[in-house]
Design a protein around this ligand. Structure first.
Ligand SMILES: [Fe+2]
Length: 136
């Protein structure tokens, strides 16, 4: 089971390293929490089991984690003018095994990272099969 409240606290702690007085970053923080709520609602609507609902909720929260670094470094949300924020989000979670701050088990690591990596892509990586997605 995932402690979503702990994940939210960790996410806020992460975001607080950046200048949240900056409107663009404040907006991204709000966006992350809204996407988290919507992911939760969609997962519930799909009648997923509790653990899967929690994974979906966590992915919603974390999907744009790289936006803070991106805007702080480059003053833009354009991936073309800076870095790919899906790929970079995965890197953030991999650095020092940061993902463990958000979820104790490593059971879903690949799934979570694939979701974050692919959320901003024109096309979802073909190597991620439908089976892989439904396995969750
Ligand atoms: Fe995004």
């Amino acid at each position: 089971m995932i402690d979503i409240e702990r994940a939210k606290t960790q996410f806020l702690e992460y975001a607080n390293q950046f200048d949240l007085e900056e409107q663009q970053l404040k907006r991204k923080l709000g966006h992350s929490f809204r996407v988290m709520d919507i992911s939760n609602k969609i997962a519930k609507k799909l009648n997923l089991e509790e653990e899967k609902i929690q994974i979906a909720t966590l992915i919603g929260l974390l999907h744009d984690i790289a936006r803070f670094e991106q805007y702080t470094q480059f003053k833009t949300f354009s991936d073309l003018k800076s870095f790919d924020h899906g790929d970079y989000g995965v890197q953030i979670l991999e650095d020092n095994n940061t993902i463990r701050k958000y979820i104790d088990t490593d059971k879903y690591d690949t799934f979570i990272k694939n979701a974050i990596k692919n959320h901003n892509k024109f096309e979802i990586d073909k190597s991620i099969s439908r089976r892989r997605i439904t396995v969750l």
